[in-house]
Design a protein around this ligand. Structure first.
Ligand code: GAR
Length: 191
C-alpha cells in the first residue's frame, strides 16, 4: 500500500471521494494523512469522521514559505508519506516540498489545462463562452497548474449553465476520475 497524503483547503469533496474509494477496497493506496492550511475548513471534519489523521499548518505562523513547508515535511515524514495528492489545496507548492517529493505530487484542476489555470477556473470557462470544459489531473511543478498532464475528461457546458451547475457537473467527474487515476498511477509503485 502506498501511503498517500491529501492536501486540501476547503470543502473536501475530493478528499471524501478518495477515502471512499479506498474503503470500497481494491485501491493500491491508503489515505494516511490530511494536510490542511485552513483551521476552519470543512475537510477537517470529514477527515475526523473517516478516521484519517490530519494536521493544520497556517503559513502566517511561520517566518517564510520554506519554514512553513519544512513543518509540513516533518509531518509527512512522521507519517511515512510516499505520495501527495492536492485536492482543492489553494496554494503553490514551493521548492522545499517539490525537492523532497520529486515526481510524487499530483493535483486536480477543474478545467482542461492549459485552458483556465489558477483561481475560479469554472467562472473563467463560463466567461470565455466555451462549449466544453473539464477536469485535468497533472503532476505538480513550480508553476501554476503547469505540470505534465496525466489524465483529462471533458464536461460539456450547456447554454443555461450557471457557475454552480457547471461546478456540480465538473465535481461529479472529479470524484471518479481522481481515485481512478491515483489507482492507475500508484499500482506501479505499490510495495
Ligand atoms: C475542486 O473542484 C478542485 O478541482 C479545485 O477546487 C475544488 C475543491 O473542491 N481545485 C482548484 O481549483 C485548484 N486550482 P473540494 O474541496 O470539494 O474537493
Amino acid at each position: 500500500m502506498v501511503r498517500l497524503a491529501i492536501f486540501a483547503s476547503g470543502t473536501g469533496s475530493n478528499f471524501e471521494a478518495i477515502v471512499h474509494a479506498e474503503k470500497n477496497g481494491g485501491m493500491p493506496f491508503t489515505c494516511a494523512l490530511l494536510v490542511c492550511d485552513q483551521p476552519q475548513a470543512a475537510v477537517l471534519v470529514k477527515a475526523d469522521k473517516a478516521g484519517v489523521p490530519s494536521v493544520v499548518f497556517e503559513p502566517k505562523a511561520f517566518d517564510d514559505k520554506a519554514a512553513f513547508e519544512q513543518a509540513i515535511r516533518a509531518a509527512l515524514e512522521e507519517h511515512n508519506i510516499e505520495f501527495i495528492a492536492l485536492a482543492g489545496y489553494m496554494r503553490l507548492i514551493g521548492p522545499t516540498l517539490l525537492n523532497s517529493y520529486e515526481g510524487k505530487i499530483v493535483n486536480i484542476h477543474p478545467s482542461l489545462l492549459p485552458a483556465f489555470p489558477g483561481l475560479n477556473a469554472v467562472g473563467q470557462a463560463l466567461q470565455a463562452g466555451v462549449k466544453v470544459t473539464g477536469v485535468t489531473i497533472h503532476y505538480v511543478d513550480s508553476g501554476m497548474d503547469t505540470g505534465e498532464i496525466i489524465a483529462q475528461q471533458a464536461v460539456p457546458v450547456s447554454d443555461n449553465d450557471t457557475e454552480e451547475s457547471l461546478r456540480k457537473k465538473i465535481q461529479a467527474v472529479e470524484h471518479t476520475l481522481y481515485p481512478e487515476t491515483l489507482a492507475n498511477l500508484l499500482q506501479s509503485c505499490e510495495k
